[in-house]
Write a protein that binds this ligand. Structure first.
Ligand code: ATP
Ligand code: MG
Length: 223
């Protein structure tokens, strides 16, 4: 078991944004979470990254309780094993697109520099970002920023990708490029937890959960 989520609750106010959610993710699983705006999807993903602390319940990653790790241990797992794509991804403003994508490698050094350059070229090519790779974020469109954030999340070949609406700013053609890329990495054993309103992406998953008022209301597909 890669990730085990048990009775997770998050209360910002009296009402719980996440209410007793439990599910498991094995290495190579592809899970999609759909549901209306405000149902708790982003809150759930933030809890899974360890950036938000749960009010109740547990998250076990690789048999380690996220809430019992210290900041350094958590940062290490996040950098090495997690690929993160947020709803409003922030790139480093004074670095080029290429440099932004390569940045996670500078911290973890999981691969050699030559391998990082090769992986970066591959991702830039696949996502059709080559021609803008030397531009900086403020010169880009929302969709180009989103694709850059996806490439940055994949450069380290994480164990698990946690992605919040990764195609939210993309046209159908670019969504399709992202869809192909996610499937390709999933075949190479990347686990994916994807929050999306895009049913084309959701239906690639083995399991689709629907979130409603903080609860996993229904398993639409899968186990
Ligand atoms: N930092 C916060 N403080 C207080 N309440 C919050 C906070 N973040 C989210 N909420 C509340 O928690 C609930 C769930 O929000 P969340 O962002 O998780 O929804 P979502 O499913 O991701 O919605 P969307 O599809 O619009 O992105 C909402 O009612 C929201 O107002
Ligand atoms: Mg959200």
């Amino acid at each position: 078991m890669l990730l085990r989520v048990h009775n997770l609750v998050k209360r910002y106010t009296e009402e719980a944004a996440v209410q007793s959610v439990s599910f498991d993710v094995n290495q190579g699983d592809y899970v999609a979470i759909i549901g209306p705006s405000g149902s708790g999807k982003t809150t759930l993903l933030s809890l899974l990254t360890g950036m938000l602390s749960p009010t109740e319940g547990d998250i076990l990653y690789d048999n380690r309780r996220l809430s019992s790790l210290n900041q350094r241990e958590l940062a290490e797992i996040r950098a090495r094993d997690f690929g993160l794509v947020f709803q409003f991804s922030e790139l480093v403003g004074n670095l080029s697109i290429r440099e932004n994508i390569l940045l996670p490698g500078l911290f973890t050094r999981k691969f050699s520099n030559a391998e990082y350059q090769r992986k970066c070229d591959y991702l830039l090519g696949h996502l059709k970002l080559e021609s803008i790779q030397h531009m900086i974020p403020r010169e880009l469109s929302g969709g180009q920023i989103q694709k850059t954030a996806i490439a940055r999340a994949l450069i380290n070949e994480p164990s698990i990708l946690l992605a919040d609406e990764p195609s939210g700013d993309l046209d159908p053609e670019n969504s399709y490029l992202v869809q192909l890329l996610l499937n390709e990495f999933n075949k190479k054993n990347l686990s994916i937890i994807l929050v999306t309103h895009d049913m084309k992406l959701a239906f690639d998953a083995q399991t689709i959960y629907e979130m409603k008022s903080g609860k996993f209301d229904q398993v639409i597909k899968g186990k």
